[in-house]
Design a protein around this ligand. Sequence first.
Ligand code: ZN
Length: 280
Amino acid sequence: MRLANVGGRATILANGGGIDVQRSSNGWFSSSPQALYEKWDAFRVFANTLNPAMATPIDEATLRSPVPAPRQVFAIGLNYRAHAEESGMEIPRIPATFTKFPASLAGPFDPVERPGNTMDWEVELVAIIGNRADRASAADAWGHIAGLAVGQDFSERTVQRAAGAQFSLGKSFRGFGPIGPCLVTPDEFTDPGNLELGCRVNGEVMQHSRTNDLIFSIPALIEQLSAVLPLLPGDVIFTGTPAGVGAARKPPRFLQVGDVVESWIEGIGTIRNNVIAPAG
Ligand code: ZN
């Protein structure tokens, strides 16, 4: 199943269009995409009963984040071997974890303000929690995942590195966490643990890798994070970025006003964010 947020309403994508969740369930399920994660298993059963022929056209420009208001957002640094190497860092033994504060999240096609001179790109696979995970095992991890989406972990490197390290702040400027274009459930993939992903800036390929290069896979992350605290329905995990970020280039390269950043993952889709000047 592919679940989208069309103009604020939960919508199942089918036949090139969409089926409105609240209307097709006669109000049994909420129009709020975030609320669906609280009843994820029941919602999956309901979604399977829908006839794809019910789909009506949707306007891509109205897509918002399929997970607009998570309670917790986890983000993992240095989780691809080649990216840890280009950053000059050791391969971590526990996941290097920070947060993107929820108010920094955005829709898949939202413009993003450039807050400073060292704004960088990081395409990432995003995992969204369906069933609460508390002390979960890696073997059971996929049962806790509602689905996968494309994320972009925009980063302001100067702030990120200030005062020792300010990862959470440097990665939480307005609009710095676009997610989309939709959530795709794990059963839709031949192997949800091995997906091609990449990032283009103005059409030029900057990052290109596969998620089977992750140091901590999604099951490993679920096990290790849920050993510390419960992962709640509708929570988000940015799983880390592959090599090719701007800060590691020689010379370094950063985003400019007018740049177009496209982030894509095999079997999910592409999100696109235009870099704009900050509002006064
Ligand atoms: Zn990142």
